[in-house]
Design a protein around this ligand. Structure first.
Ligand code: AP5
Ligand code: MG
Length: 378
């Protein structure tokens, strides 16, 4: 795991987007551009410094007759970082009447890009398109039409592949995310319990406090169903009957999801494992990556409370498996196939139990789960 962490100046960063993923996305966007600008001669304006690597990789995938110019944005002195961009330096091609594609490494607030577009319009290009490697949708403050975007990322601080921290860190092949103190070395958590025990609810609280990753296999499957994928078709019939999805398929989905997450901050597994075979597979998958299982938290809640919660949720969210008959079936499957994992956790020395009956209050439950996590990460 440690080779996935780098130090740039005084800070630690964990790998979050590997090179192969970046290059695949750059290729995808380049082929969109090739398609959309067929028969045209666009001018790429790469905004320095951050976009230099992205621009180089992008341009090598573009097979149109095109030009590139590297520009810098300059604001008047004394305006500070919030200063308005007044000038585009280095625009040494005539863009009049020609399609322009602005190449940026990252769009966050979008203010810089908005000013850039305004200034660029004065040069009368026939069109202006934005092509960004990364977009932080959570930070965007202005309405921008971003025609080409390789990847969207959360509001984290990142370096690598051209992006810097205080001038350093641009020269890596992968992209890395700042490991905040609160996210550092968090142990993985398996949040375990019967349907309705609060796995999703408490996961949300843990994510908010500790910034951990969250994998909910139930949510993943419901997404597949919504998107009408092959996996979704298989999952729908089984979920509606309260049955489990076959282990092989689930294990594959889990590994793929796990590998797509930013590393170095710990993962909450919600709804996985659900069989002993899944538990064994999880242990092996993590061991192959040099990672630990972490801790398991078993949420114990009486069945009548669970039924009441799920029927209430049915009225709010309308989940297809939240009807009395299917819920009963889910309880049965939980007792026969999932509950036996508790013994397995015990054997692994990772079992922790939190009982609703001891603290029948949601906030108090959350607090005791936090205390447990803090103690295990101390
Ligand atoms: P999944 O989506 O995981 O469903 P589940 O295990 O039945 O659990 P729920 O999501 O219903 O409950 P939860 O424990 O998350 O509780 P929540 O926080 O929502 O799986 C669905 C299906 O997908 C499975 O049946 C299976 O077919 C398939 N599947 C998924 N993973 C699989 C795998 N690994 N292998 C094979 N198949 C798999 O809370 C419930 C409600 O209670 C909420 O509305 C909440 O707001 C409310 N609530 C009220 N008071 C509280 C309180 N004090 N604490 C917590 N919640 C409360
Ligand atoms: Mg859930």
């Amino acid at each position: 795991m440690n080779n996935n962490i780098i130090e740039v100046k005084d800070k630690k960063f964990a790998i979050s987007i590997p090179e192969n993923k970046i290059l695949a996305e750059v290729k995808r966007v380049a082929s969109q551009i090739n398609h959309d600008f067929q028969g045209q001669h666009p001018i790429f304006l790469a905004v320095l410094n951050g976009s230099f690597i992205f621009a180089a990789d992008l341009l090598r995938e573009v097979d149109l007759p095109c030009e590139i110019s590297f520009v810098r944005l300059a604001s008047y002195e004394g305006m500070g970082t919030t200063g308005e961009i007044r000038e585009i330096m280095g625009l040494n091609v005539d863009v009049t009447g020609r399609p322009v594609i602005v190449v940026e490494d990252i769009v966050d607030t979008g203010l810089t890009m908005a000013h850039m577009l305004e200034t660029l319009k004065r040069h009368n290009p026939s069109s202006i398109s934005i092509c960004t490697l990364l977009l932080k949708p959570g930070k965007l403050q202005v309405n921008l039409d971003i025609r080409y975007c390789c990847m969207q990322i959360p509001n984290d601080f990142i370096v690598g592949y051209g992006l810097d921290y205080d001038g350093f860190g641009r020269n890596t092949r992968d992209i890395y995310t700042l490991v905040e103190d609160k996210q550092r070395n968090m142990k993985n958590i398996i949040i375990f319990g019967a349907p309705g025990s609060g796995k999703g609810t408490y996961s949300d609280a843990i994510v908010e406090k500790y910034g951990m990753n969250h994998i909910s296999t139930g949510d993943t499957l419901r997404n597949e169903i919504k998107n009408g994928t092959e996996v979704g078709r298989v999952a729908k019939g089984l979920i509606d009957k309260g049955q489990l999805i076959p282990d092989d398929l689930m294990i594959q989905i889990l590994a793929k999801t796990y590998d797509s997450l930013p590393q170095g901050r710990g993962v909450i597994f919600d709804g996985f494992p659900r069989t002993i075979a899944q538990a064994e597979a999880l242990k092996q998958m993590l061991a192959e990556r040099g990672h630990d299982m972490g801790i398991a938290i078993d949420l114990v809640v009486e069945e009548d409370v669970l039924m009441e919660r799920l029927l209430r949720r049915a009225q709010i969210e309308g989940r297809a498996d939240d009807n009395e008959a299917t819920i009963k079936q889910r309880f049965e499957v939980y007792h026969s196939k999932t509950e036996p994992i508790l013994k397995w956790f015990e054997k692994e020395g990772m079992l922790n139990v939190v009982r609703w009956a001891d603290t029948p209050n949601k906030e108090a439950m959350i607090e005791s789960i936090f205390q447990l996590i803090d103690a295990k990460n101390a």
